[in-house]
Design a protein around this ligand. Structure first.
Ligand code: MG
Ligand code: MG
Length: 256
């Protein structure tokens, strides 16, 4: 693997393995979507995700990562990221963000989305739609010749235009034979920071986290669960994206 300014540049074979890893994540997230309804608990989703990892012969990427205890991050309502699965039943109107990663033949997949549980309030629905659209605005900029912060700027502008707050504490990242590689990819343009030219072969996990209120989080006593300080709702969407000669390729989607 070649490197450019500390960033691994993947060849076509390496991207094909990343595609396989991310397709498995996408299949697992699709399956979980069919199970999410009022009355189910997120621990049941964790159990199904573990079964599917065995079926696909992949290793859950998060379990044990820096001590995280589960395969899934299940982040409910005002939890932005890194929530634990629990035995609590989901209720109509909840929104649930699930982040999932696997390691497959030495390469990582990483993707997240927010699901509505039953019928949700219009504002919750809007937050989800804005966060997903912000992700896609960012993805469009993931092309050779652009700067890394073109992605950040597109996400930031879209979130601001739609009145949602950007949770700045958590950022996207490079991904490959490690779950988190350089560069860090903020969902806003950092001041006084030089950008990095984007190049074919870079693979990025792009992951806006937005809220309807505060842009600040509080980490709970379990040392992981990150809630908005004002308990406003938050959403999280993530795709792993390869920069190819034809532009961005979303590796973690089944809509190919
Ligand atoms: Mg993730
Ligand atoms: Mg990620």
């Amino acid at each position: 693997m070649k490197k450019f300014r500390g960033i691994f540049i993947k060849n076509d074979y390496e991207i094909s393995l990343l595609r396989e890893a991310n397709q498995i994540v996408a299949h697992i997230l699709e399956e979980l979507e069919t199970l999410i309804k009022p009355g189910i608990c997120t621990m049941a989703l964790e159990e199904r995700a573990n079964e599917m990892c065995e079926e696909y012969k992949v290793k859950p990427a998060f379990k044990g990562y820096q001590g995280f205890p589960y395969t899934l991050c299940c982040s409910l309502n005002d939890v932005v990221v890194h929530g634990f699965p629990t035995q609590d039943e989901l209720k109509p109107g909840d929104i649930l963000s699930i982040d999932m990663g696997v390691q497959h033949r030495g390469f990582f997949g990483d993707s997240a989305r927010t699901y509505a549980v039953g019928q949700v309030e219009p504002e919750a629905d809007r937050l989800m739609r804005v966060t997903e659209a912000a992700l896609h605005q960012g993805i469009k900029q993931a092309r050779s010749g652009n700067d890394l912060y073109d992605i950040s700027a597109a996400i930031e502008m879209y979130a601001q235009k739609n009145g949602c707050s950007i949770i700045k504490r958590f950022v996207g990242h490079g991904i490959g034979s490690s779950l988190h590689e350089k560069p860090e990819l903020p969902n806003f343009v950092p001041s006084r920071m030089p950008g990095i030219p984007l190049k074919r072969g870079m693979v990025l996990a792009i992951e806006p986290m937005l809220s309807l209120g505060s842009d600040q989080v509080e980490i709970m006593a379990d040392k992981w669960t990150a809630r908005t300080t004002d308990r406003s709702l938050a959403a999280h969407y993530e795709h792993t994206v390869a920069i190819t000669k034809d532009g961005p390729e979303i590796l973690s989607t089944l809509d190919k």
